[in-house]
Design a protein around this ligand. Structure first.
Ligand SMILES: [Fe+2]
Length: 143
């Protein structure tokens, strides 16, 4: 609930701006938005290690398969190899980052873990999809 308007506000609302020009990749990204919203909805109620750890495990599982599918699709649409290599490196870094956060959470837990997880999700959704993944759309438009 928003304290000022009294309305329930979603952490992230999917909109056309997030689209990368492929329905299947878009629905996988929507799935990520759902995970982020679920996490945000529950974090106020259960400030514990279990919620953070479950969300992170869900994200790790999701990210590994999603990145593979996204990279395979990028090859299919003949996305330039140099750009794809850079994109793959970014995916690897995102995965490393989730593993580090997951490790820290198992040691520390608490509010810091919740904050780190939420910031990670936001960076991935907002920065990665809107900057890196959007480049796929530019490539498709050039064809
Ligand atoms: Fe990506």
């Amino acid at each position: 609930m928003n304290k000022i308007t009294g309305n329930a506000i979603k952490f992230i609302e999917w909109c056309g701006l997030f689209s990368v020009g492929n329905d299947s990749i878009d629905s996988q990204h929507k799935m990520l938005v759902d995970i982020a919203n679920q996490f945000h909805d529950h974090m106020g109620k259960a400030k514990n290690r279990k919620l953070v750890s479950e969300t992170l495990s869900q994200l790790i599982h999701y990210a590994e398969s999603h990145f593979k599918k996204e990279e395979a699709w990028a090859e299919e649409i003949k996305y330039p190899q140099d750009l794809l290599n850079t994109h793959k490196e970014i995916h690897e870094k995102l995965l490393e980052e989730i593993f580090i956060i997951h490790d820290n959470i198992s040691k520390e837990g608490g509010l810091k873990g919740i904050f780190q997880t939420e910031m990670f999700i936001a960076r991935w959704l907002i920065l990665h999809i809107l900057t890196e993944d959007k480049k796929y759309q530019n490539h498709l438009m050039k064809e």
